[in-house]
Ligand binder design. Structure first.
Ligand code: GRF
Length: 185
């Protein structure tokens, strides 16, 4: 049984889909939901699934507090689902090829610093792209440059607002992220 930790900074709709998916799994369990935001809605979602939660500050993250917790909890895989802080190199090195992120665009497009959340969908809109999508990738020490595991695309209509694009992308994330995680384990 693999022990997974989810790191999230916000709403956690992806985290919820993952908790739901692995609820009765014989392969993996969500052993921890960790957040840098004490009021992140993802923590409420975790309670609903009786998954233990853990919060930490940016400074504590940088000082290795989260890494200690993940090791104490014997975590095998770290899942980033809308986690907005930079992961310290030491933490990445502690989970070689065992840390996965979801990015709400078709990398290498719309990746890198500052490209998160609504910024991504606004950039796709501004560029007039005909498609966008999701990228699930391993995490290395550079933003959004780890090995790509999976991508899925969706059409962008000329009438789509950034919010419309976000909804389409979220639908893809919810549909695929849990099973792609399972395939990696
Ligand atoms: C997702 O779009 C994910 O790709 C990005 O952050 C968003 C998190 O959404 N990295 P939610 O908190 O899971 O609803």
């Amino acid at each position: 049984m693999k022990r997974l930790a989810i790191l999230a900074s916000g709403s956690g709709s992806n985290a919820e889909k993952i908790m739901e998916y692995f609820q009765n799994s014989a392969k993996a369990q969500i052993a921890l939901v960790a957040s840098n935001k004490a009021d992140a809605f993802v923590l409420e979602r975790a309670k609903k699934f009786e998954v233990p939660t853990f919060t930490f500050s940016k400074k504590e993250l940088e000082e290795g507090f989260l890494l200690e917790k993940l090791q104490a909890e014997k975590i095998d895989w770290v899942i980033l689902a809308g986690f907005l802080l930079k992961i310290p190199a030491e933490l990445i090195r502690a989970f070689p090829d065992r840390m996965v992120n979801i990015h709400p665009a078709l990398l290498p497009k719309y990746g890198g610093k500052g490209m998160y959340g609504a910024h991504v969908h606004e950039a796709v809109r501004a560029a007039g792209d005909k498609e966008t999508g999701i990228t699930i990738h391993l995490v290395n020490e550079n933003y959004d440059e780890g090995k790509i595991i999976f991508q899925a695309a969706t059409f962008v209509e000329t009438s789509d607002t950034p919010d419309d694009i976000a909804s389409k992308v979220h639908a893809l994330e919810h549909r695929y992220f849990p099973e792609v995680i399972e395939s990696l384990l």
